[in-house]
Design a protein around this ligand. Structure first.
Ligand code: NDP
Length: 317
C-alpha cells in the first residue's frame, strides 16, 4: 500500500515539484491541497505526475472555514495521512495597503501562518493514526527569516515584537504581528518566522507523545517561482540571473522539490525539531545539514505565546 502525503500549494513551484518527486517514487499518493482545482490539474499533467498517483482537494488557506472543510473532505476520502507538507505561501512586496483574509486578518500572515496553523492542529489527529513507521509534518521556512545568515540581512528584518498585534486580535487597524505600521515584505518574513516557531512548538508539545517528526527546511533560492509574480517585472527578470551568477544561491524548482521530498521521505531526515538547509551558495552535490535558526525563531517562550494567541485567532481556544 502507498503512503499518503498532503501538500499545500502544490499547483506551482516547489510544491508542484515536491508532489512530482514523491509520486515518482511509486511509494506515495499525493493529495494536492490547492485553491484552484483546474490550474492544479493542468499543472499535474504538464509536469507528468502519473494519473493514478494524485488527488486534488480544494483548500483556500485564507479562509479558516475552507481549512476545516478541507480536513472533512480529506477524511471522507478514506485515506490515512502519513505526511503533511505546509508549503503554500504568498509574497506581495509592492502593495501599499494591506489585503485581508475572509476572516479579517492581514492576508500574508493569514495564508502563510494562521491557515497552516489550523491545518496542522486538525491534521495532527490524522497523523497520529498513521501506520507509517515515520510519520512527518514539514513546514517550509526560508533564509530571509534569519538575520544571522547572509540571505537574511537585507532589511526590513522580521520582528514579531511582543506579539502586540496578535494580542489585540489582529483585525483592522492591526496589520502587523508586532502591532507596528504595515510593511508587506516584513509581513512575509514575519509569517515565515511563525512557520519555524510553529514547527518548534509542535516538536516540543507532540514529538515525544506521538513519534511524529516535525521539521522545516530552506530549499535554496528558487528564484524562478511564481512567489515573485507580484514583484516588478524587471526584478523578476534580473533576480534569477543575480542569484545564478552573482550570489550562487540559485536552485531549480525541480531540485528544490526533490529537497522537500527528501525531508518528507528519506530515513536520513527522521530527526524531529530540525531545520534543514543546503546553504546559501549552491554547490554541486552539496549535502544538507542542520542549520541554526534565528534568535527569534529559537525563542521557546515566544513559540508558546505565539501558539496560544494563534489558537485564539483560528478559533481553537
Ligand atoms: P509559488 O508561488 O510558486 O507557489 C505558492 C503556492 O501557494 C501556489 O501553489 C499557490 O497557489 C499557493 N497558495 C497561495 N495562496 C494560497 C491560498 N490562499 N490557499 C491555498 N494555496 C495558496 O511559490 P514557491 O514555490 O516559491 O513557494 C513555496 C514555498 O517555498 C513557500 O512556503 C515559500 O515561502 C518557500 N520558499 C521559497 C523560496 C523561493 O526562493 N521561491 C525560498 C525559500 C522558501 P496558486 O497557484 O493558486 O496561486
Amino acid at each position: 500500500r502507498k503512503s499518503t502525503v498532503v501538500i499545500t500549494g502544490a499547483s506551482s513551484g516547489v510544491g508542484l515539484q515536491a508532489a512530482k518527486a514523491l509520486a515518482q517514487t511509486g511509494q506515495w499518493h499525493v493529495v494536492m491541497a490547492c485553491r484552484d482545482l483546474s490550474k492544479t490539474e493542468t499543472a499535474a499533467q504538464t509536469v507528468g505526475i502519473p494519473k493514478d498517483s494524485y488527488t486534488i482537494i480544494h483548500l483556500d488557506l485564507a479562509s479558516l472555514d475552507s481549512v476545516r472543510q478541507f480536513v472533512k473532505d480529506f477524511r471522507n476520502s478514506g485515506r490515512s495521512l502519513d505526511a503533511l507538507v505546509c508549503n503554500a505561501a504568498i509574497y506581495m512586496p509592492l502593495i501599499k495597503e494591506p489585503l485581508w483574509s475572509v476572516d479579517g486578518y492581514e492576508l500574508s500572515v493569514a495564508t502563510n501562518h494562521l491557515g497552516h496553523f489550523l491545518l496542522c492542529n486538525l491534521m495532527l489527529e490524522d497523523l497520529k493514526k498513521s501506520s507509517a513507521s515515520e510519520p512527518r509534518l514539514v513546514i517550509l521556512g526560508t533564509v530571509t527569516h534569519n538575520p544571522k545568515e547572509l540571505g537574511g540581512k537585507i532589511p526590513p528584518r522580521p520582528d514579531l515584537g511582543n506579539l502586540q498585534g496578535f494580542e489585540a486580535g489582529f483585525k483592522a487597524p492591526h496589520t502587523m504581528i508586532d502591532g507596528k505600521k504595515f510593511e508587506p515584505v516584513k509581513a512575509y518574513k514575519d509569517s515565515k518566522v511563525c512557520n519555524v516557531l510553529t514547527m518548534k512548538e509542535l516538536h516540543r508539545r507532540y514529538h515525544e507523545s506521538t513519534g511524529i517528526t516535525f521539521s522545516s527546511l530552506y530549499p535554496g533560492c528558487v528564484a524562478t517561482t511564481a512567489l515573485f509574480r507580484d514583484h516588478y517585472p524587471l526584478f523578476q527578470k534580473l533576480f534569477p540571473l543575480f542569484q545564478k551568477y552573482i550570489t550562487g544561491g540559485y536552485v531549480s524548482e525541480e531540485d528544490a522539490g526533490k529537497r522537500v521530498a527528501e525531508v518528507v521521505a528519506d530515513p536520513a531526515y527522521n530527526e524531529s525539531g530540525m531545520y534543514w538547509s543546503w546553504g546559501n551558495r549552491q554547490k554541486k552535490d552539496r549535502k544538507s545539514f542542520v542549520q541554526e535558526v534565528s534568535n527569534e525563531a529559537s525563542d521557546d517562550d515566544k513559540a508558546k505565546r505565539l501558539w496560544e494567541l494563534s489558537e485564539k485567532l483560528v478559533g481553537l481556544a
